[in-house]
Design a protein. Structure first.
Length: 180
């Protein structure tokens, strides 16, 4: 009995060590992702708002509207594809649905990058023309004072449209479903 108990504790200790290593690996990957995201925001934020936004039809407001529409569309793609996964019945098909969700994840990450790059930094005394010439994020709110409202309105309108389409599709499926 004692030998069986010690074998059980050794197996439990090995499993807990493996879980600990996996937990540490997940934390390290998560932290590397956050650091990489922050570095991307610092490296490309001024390019997105300084070069891309003025080139979009409608300028910064058109860019904000397009970016605002990107979040609900990306989330819809992710939720639609990941809700179709059934690992127990078909692992290969589930893997295909997981891969199909990656464009939605990329869209959501791009949305977050653009939004975070447009945040206004802490108020500094040098927010005059020097900030605009350096290309920091503070000039976005000076040049486009209602950019947040346009992005938020776009997000709300596209979300409402996607919800209406989903409700309509659900109603049509229920009508065409044969009675049981």
């Amino acid at each position: 009995m004692r030998q069986r108990a010690s074998a059980w504790s050794q197996a439990k200790e090995k499993a807990s060590r493996g879980e600990s290593w996996f937990g540490c690996l997940v934390m390290l990957v998560g932290m590397a992702g956050i650091v990489g995201f922050a570095l991307l925001g610092m490296a490309w934020g001024h390019v997105l708002w300084g070069r891309v936004a003025p080139a979009v039809p409608g300028g910064g407001y058109g860019f904000a509207a397009a970016v605002g529409a990107l979040a609900p569309i990306g989330l819809a793609v992710v939720t639609t594809t990941l809700s179709r996964m059934k690992w127990r019945t078909s692992a290969l098909r589930s893997l295909g649905w997981a891969v199909a969700s990656l464009p939605g994840v990329a869209g959501c990450l791009l949305w977050a990058l653009v939004v975070f790059a447009g945040f206004r930094p802490k108020h500094r005394s040098d927010w005059g023309g020097a900030c605009h010439s350096r290309g920091e994020a503070c000039w976005v709110h000076v040049q486009y004072p209602w950019v947040w409202a346009v992005g938020l309105l776009s997000t709300v309108l596209v979300s409402a449209a996607l919800i209406a389409v989903a409700a309509r599709v659900t109603r049509l499926r229920e009508r065409t479903r044969p009675p049981s």
